[in-house]
Design a binder for this molecule. Sequence first.
Ligand code: NAD
Ligand code: TYD
Length: 365
Amino acid sequence: MSERVGPGARLLVTGGAGFIGSELVRQLLARRDGTRVTVLDKLTYAGNRANLAAVEEDPEQADRFAFVRGDIADASLVEPLIAEADAVLNVAAETHVDRSILDPEAFLRTGVIGVHVLLEAVRREHERAGRGDRLPVRFLQVSTDEVYGDIEAPRRSVEADPLAPRSPYAAAKAAGELLVRAYGTTYGLDAVITRGSNTYGPHQHPEKLIPLFTTNALEGEPLPMYGDGMQVRDWLHVGDHASGIDFVLRHGESGEAYNIAGDHLLPNREVIGLLLAATGRDWSIVRTVPDRPGHDRRYAMDGSKLAALGWRPSVPFADGLPATVAWYRDHPDWIASAKSGDWDAYYARQYGDRLAAGRAVDGTA
Ligand code: NAD
Ligand code: TYD
């Protein structure tokens, strides 16, 4: 497979101030191969410019880095940025399933309209490339295993499976993917899609399971486990997710989608047990609370398509999880900043009634 985007490439990374985007930007620039990165990020409640401090404080990396605050759905902002890029990595999205159930609209605005605006700008550049006015631009859409929907054991999703999203978040991600595929087919854009599994690691917003339960456990607050806690997720370290995206950017075949699987399936109860051990707590702080509506029981992907190209995850969960807990323990200021703004209102809305109805959990069961 030929290298599509080599050293010295100019990359536009949307959502680069978020959890996975900032790890991707740190990796891309730390390679010190001349790659230039522009981040376009709206800095929603989930974005944090401090996630990029390692890059901005390193003079050599800072020199190859630019930050633009703005919305991917803003065509006048997006067009000149894409005109200067060799590749666009669309990492930006609204990303939390529970928030998508409370307020779906922002998910559609960013996940559908935003993707469309990016694709239109890429299409313009593709036409310029066709006239010989510039080199072709590659578009990489970051998607998720949630587009496959609920997967019954022992099946694992493969890339050719139909998309069957079941939450507003997953539906918006599936819609974004379908637009990308349609633009590839109709206009001939060079586009690839990645579908990553549940990701964990430093800098993840505390609304998600692992950082929420870690930070609550560190603070001695209750842990709201949805239903019986037997839902299964495939856990992927953020370093691996970012390296998988970078690998697909360089080696992925145009028009193809690639699963980035963690290959580490666990029921939530087991994850919670490991988090309790890592934070020195016991099951007395865990509450079973009313379930998330439409909660997918199981996600599981087959990662062999990407493995055949030469990529596999490298961080074992047994190492990544305690290291993640240690990172949160060492970064109380980061947690305080993430749990500011609308956090208290969100927490009350999502968990107030649930925790009031919550019951103790027998951790030995
Ligand atoms: P995140 O919520 O931590 O970060 C999202 C970033 O996008 C934030 O910096 C936010 O400010 C920015 N953003 C949101 N809307 C924007 C807009 N309209 N214009 C510009 N910027 C905008 O998300 P994450 O967990 O890092 O996820 C990144 C991507 O990976 C998403 O596309 C998500 O669907 C996908 N994904 C995430 C996971 C996971 O477990 N976290 C798993 C698979 C796929
Ligand atoms: P989450 O981190 O929201 O990711 P996703 O919904 O994208 O898989 O949730 C992971 C699992 O943890 C999922 O089965 C829902 C469950 N969960 C809880 O039990 N309690 C919580 O408070 C949260 C946020 C998630």
